[in-house]
Ligand binder design. Structure first.
Ligand code: NG1
Ligand code: MG
Length: 497
């Protein structure tokens, strides 16, 4: 089946629209840096955007749909063939030094040595692996010279990581002549980039790569998984989403035993334990991988008035799981097997199990099921018939509920995020929440158009600008850390002169 091809452009306007003028200097600087370092201009450029997730946090890896939009901040990559190795440089050489890797696509990414080049390497492996899985012959592998520049703040919950993996993948597919989109959809390409990003050591879901590949100017997307599909969600007139970075850095991949991977393990255990307590045979219960998979079992047991099953998953969680923590021994007794046997071949989970012996199952599952329901609710408000004001109020409430659930049940907020959310709510935000993995990074606030200027002013002066004095931000990067955001376009290949 022919899919939508990755869009190829010969001018910046068709990718960036009215934002083209502002990015031209970046492409020129990248080209110059590439020439200065490698003696030749890039043969090809690719770009992929970061994203803001409007609602649906920490549920993509549980199989549930999410509602992000691509943002104007992006990663751009220039590539030329040469040498024998992969040499990766960054325009901001003072921040990101040159890295050299072997050009062997079968090498492993050293997750113990966390560095920005690992994301490029993950894409490199992913491209070759996907080609092999499709039975495409492996081309002669030459060395590559790569120059990267990005404006998505790192560790900010805006998916700087997916931006680099997707931009690199698009460029590499072109360089090696693998046009997967001839036989696969863009959604499938996003699935392989999501798998590839896991080489870096975070067992993430596929939201970031999906929206980075499939984002479209002017429209948010409800993204569903297995397989990846994106549905347009028009945002109500008169509403603006404002992003503000708390500047607490959320470094999920820094340690493979990090909180993100722990949450993934907790959700898997919650699903297996719930299945067992619902009466599934132990072997079947241990095989349940996501909370979503349990829905049919739960629905059969807990249907509400008139056969409605909407509240069934939460009813099951409240009745069958106890609040607080489960010890490893308690879970093993319920599942009648050692924990390790559930995660065979999963190195990230093994590290989590070695580091943690207590797991919160009730609260994590309660977050996932309630957050999963807020995503279609958000879409329905957007597509519904209410007035713009009614829609904005309803969306704000859903965002506030999401924040409370992330903070109290999933425990992925932090004091800085809570502080920005409180400041936002006190200064005109109709709804405000963390976005991305949390534990730092950005907030997203829903603000009425007429209030945006005043809102930006107060948050800038009271929260963001003081961070310049602390040396955590510069005047030049201020506008990448607090901005009103419009949905932007997805990944693209650029053949520029
Ligand atoms: P961020 O924090 O933007 O990297 C992460 C995951 C997503 C999703 C969100 C939480 C990665 C690459 N992405 O996003 O898949 O699970 O957290 O909703 O780790
Ligand atoms: Mg990321």
């Amino acid at each position: 089946m022919a899919g939508t091809p990755i869009s190829t452009h010969s001018d910046l306007e068709s990718v960036y629209g009215e934002g083209a003028a502002a990015v031209r200097d970046r492409y020129v600087a990248l080209s110059k840096a590439h020439h200065a370092r490698f003696g030749t201009k890039p043969e090809i450029f690719a770009r992929a955007p970061g994203r803001v997730n409007l609602i649906g946090e920490h549920i993509d890896y549980e199989g549930y749909g999410v509602l992000p939009m691509a943002i104007h901040l992006d990663t751009i990559v220039g590539v030329s063939r040469g040498g024998a190795d992969l040499t990766i440089t960054n325009v901001e050489a003072h921040k990101y030094g040159d890295l050299t890797f072997s050009a062997d696509p079968d090498q492993t990414v050293d997750v113990g040595k966390h560095n920005w080049g690992n994301y490029f390497l993950a894409a490199y492996k992913g491209v070759f692996e996907t080609a092999a899985a499709k039975g495409l012959p492996r081309p002669d592998i030459s060395g590559l010279n790569v120059t990267i520049q990005g404006t998505v703040p790192t560790g900010s919950g805006l998916s700087s990581s997916a931006a680099i993996v997707c931009a690199a993948s698009v460029a590499l597919m072109h360089v090696y002549g693998f046009d997967f989109t001839k036989e696969a959809s863009l959604g499938e390409v996003s699935e392989f980039t999501a798998r590839a990003e896991r080489y870096v050591g975070v067992t993430s879901g596929g939201m970031d790569q999906a929206i980075s590949m499939l984002g479209a100017r002017g429209i948010a997307k409800l993204v569903e998984f297995d397989p990846v599909r994106a549905h347009d969600v028009p945002l109500p007139a008169g509403a603006t989403f404002v992003i503000c970075n708390s500047l607490a850095v959320s470094n999920k991949a820094e340690s493979a035993t990090g909180r993100y991977n722990l949450r993934v393990v907790e959700c898997r255990l919650a699903a297996a334990v719930l299945a067992a307590l619902l009466g599934e045979r132990r072997e079947a219960a241990r095989a349940v991988r996501t909370l979503k998979q349990l829905e049919p079992v739960v629905a059969a047991r807990y249907s509400g008035p008139k056969g409605s099953t909407a509240g069934a998953p939460l009813a099951a969680v409240h009745e069958l799981l106890h609040p607080g923590t489960y010890s490893a021994a308690e879970v093993e007794e319920i599942l009648d097997a050692p924990l390790a046997s559930l995660f065979e071949g999963d190195a990230s989970a093994a590290l989590v199990l070695a580091a943690f012996r207590d797991f919160k199952l009730h609260d994590r599952a309660a977050h996932v099921y309630s957050e999963a329901a807020r995503v279609p609710a958000f879409r329905d408000v957007c597509l519904g018939h209410g007035s713009a004001d009614e829609k904005i109020a309803a969306l704000g409430k859903l965002m506030d509920d999401s924040q409370a659930s992330c903070r109290d049940l999933y425990e992925c907020s932090c004091k800085e995020l809570d502080q920005v959310v409180a400041l936002a709510k006190a200064n005109g935000a109709i709804g405000s929440r963390l976005t991305g993995a949390g534990w730092g990074g950005c907030t997203v606030s829903l603000v009425k158009d007429e209030d945006v200027d005043a809102f930006l002013r107060v948050l800038t002066e009271e929260y963001v600008r003081p961070l310049i004095a602390e040396g955590r931000l510069t005047e030049e990067t201020l506008s990448d850390n607090i901005f009103a955001s419009k949905p932007s376009s997805g990944a693209a290949l650029l053949k520029l002169d």
